[in-house]
Design a protein around this ligand. Structure first.
Ligand SMILES: Cc1cc2nc3c(=O)[nH]c(=O)nc-3n(C[C@H](O)[C@H](O)[C@H](O)COP(=O)(O)OP(=O)(O)OC[C@H]3O[C@@H](n4cnc5c(N)ncnc54)[C@H](O)[C@@H]3O)c2cc1C
Length: 421
């Protein structure tokens, strides 16, 4: 990465996570000159150590009926998978209020087909990217199995199954032999599971690395610096101010994940995005690995088979912009996983290096993609929460399409930042 940028480009993208890099990819493919500005090392991005799931299965938005009451119940448990840190921060309280008001059946009905269409389109883009990027990012189309141990969870699974059926997402409830035979390399202790055959997974660190290498070859400029504000000329935004000087550009894409509200504020825009911290632990696992990734339903732990490694990821902590690692929550992930799986009873709590990332969460569970009325050449691409890998390619496609004034069948109005006004 360069530390100085003296050229002017068509587009400056702030943020080199999966979302920013995918925006840069589709913008460059459309023939525009692009600069990407990021201040951090790859492993500090949320896009680095996550579970890597591509999830048509996640068509129910984060803001869904029961989310707030579950959050409040779990607030008192230091090892719970979902935690809201109580704090008197006006933006956070406004976000929480909005989140509560979107957690309805009506909103769920509205958001489900939007998420379905975006994730299926994104999966198609992943297939194309796996052919066109210079390095493999291990795209595996093997489905996703969400397993449960508590008999009461079966009712929730049946509800999801019914919703999936209603909107045409493929899913099946498996029990007994059918469950165990799906991927016999997993020694499951589960009572049952929901299988989503359309899901896929990747190695997310390899994905961002392959994208960045490709973009460098395609002449995209990379600047290692913090964006601190914007160049303003005659009421327009004419580029990005960084710690290392100016990056003039005709269009700006703000794709800096959980930190997007800081930059939005410089434009007088209140962007409702809150960081939700999550952790992962990756364990070297020699021998024949299972192939189908899992979600341990009650513990909310994602388990991803990567090449020679297995990753356990989980926890959603609404605790502001900090990546400090809470050892008790990481230990809880390692302790709870063996309740679902044989062979992981001695996960090396002291030997593994936990990773933490901040998911950028919008209050309605839909990404925030598009421009506002006040600055028509400034686009936001953030708020993807637990879907930022899954939806990164389709987000890049949408941003490039909007900047190039192309028509689309994708449900882009549902993603507009203007919806919160
Ligand atoms: C434990 C865990 C598991 C997850 N599992 C999945 C999964 O299986 N599937 C899925 O789809 N999603 C998953 N997610 C969510 C996903 O990781 C995020 O939604 C996604 O990575 C967000 O990408 P992004 O590009 O918006 O942000 P980031 O990857 O965080 O990138 C933002 C970048 O902007 C930079 N930046 C910030 N401010 C500035 C500034 N002022 N100037 C310059 N640079 C700046 C940051 O340094 C960072 O590099 C998971 C997340 C976690 C924590």
């Amino acid at each position: 990465m360069k530390e100085n940028l003296n050229i002017s480009t068509d587009v400056a993208v702030i943020g080199a996570g999966a979302v920013g890099l995918c925006c840069a990819y589709y913008l460059r493919r459309a023939g525009l000159s692009v600069a990407v500005i990021d201040r951090s090392a790859p492993e500090e991005r949320c896009s680095y150590g996550n579970a890597g799931f591509i999830t048509p299965s996640h068509f129910v938005p984060f803001a869904a009926p029961g989310a707030i009451s579950r959050g409040l119940r779990w607030m008192l448990d230091a090892e719970s998978p979902f935690y809201i840190k109580p704090r008197l921060d006006a933006e956070f309280l406004r976000w929480l209020w909005k989140f509560g008001s979107y957690s309805t059946r009506k909103h769920r009905r509205y958001a489900m087909p939007v998420l379905r269409d975006l994730s299926l389109a994104s999966l198609e883009r992943f297939r194309e990217l796996s052919q066109s990027l210079p390095e493999s990012f291990y795209l595996q189309e093997r489905g996703l199995l969400e397993i449960y141990i508590d008999p009461k969870t079966e009712a929730d699974c049946r509800e999801v199954l019914e919703l999936a059926d209603r909107i045409g997402v493929k899913a099946a409830l498996l029990k007994g032999e059918a469950l165990r035979e799906l991927d016999p390399r997993w020694k499951l202790k589960a009572r049952g599971g929901l299988f989503f055959p359309q899901d896929a997974h990747i190695d997310p660190a390899k994905f961002i690395s392959a994208l960045q290498k490709h973009l460098l070859r395609e002449g995209v400029e990379f600047l290692q610096s913090a964006a601190s504000g914007f160049i303003r000329r005659q009421g327009r935004v004419a580029g990005v101010q960084t710690e290392h000087g100016e990056a003039p550009a005709r269009y700006i894409v703000i794709a800096n994940g959980s930190w997007a509200p800081e930059l939005a504020r410089r434009l007088g825009i209140k962007l409702p995005v809150q960081a939700a911290k999550g952790y992962s632990v990756t364990v070297e696992t020699p021998g024949d690995l299972p192939q189908i990734p899992l979600i341990c339903s009650e513990a909310k732990i994602a388990v991803t088979p990567l090449k020679g490694r297995i990753r356990f990821a989980g926890t959603l902590e609404l605790a502001g912009l900090n990546t400090a690692i809470n050892a008790r929550r990481v230990a809880a992930i390692l302790r709870r996983a063996p309740q679902y799986l044989e062979g992981f009873d001695h996960l090396p709590e002291t030997e593994v290096q936990p990773w933490a990332g901040l998911r950028p969460c919008s209050p309605d569970g839909l990404p925030i993609v598009g421009a506002t009325h006040s600055f028509p050449n400034v686009y936001f691409a953030t708020g993807h929460a637990m879907l930022g890998i899954s939806l990164a390619p389709v987000t890049g496609q949408i941003i490039a399409g909007q900047i190039c004034s192309e028509q689309t069948d994708l449900p882009v109005e549902a993603l507009s930042p203007v919806r919160f006004n």
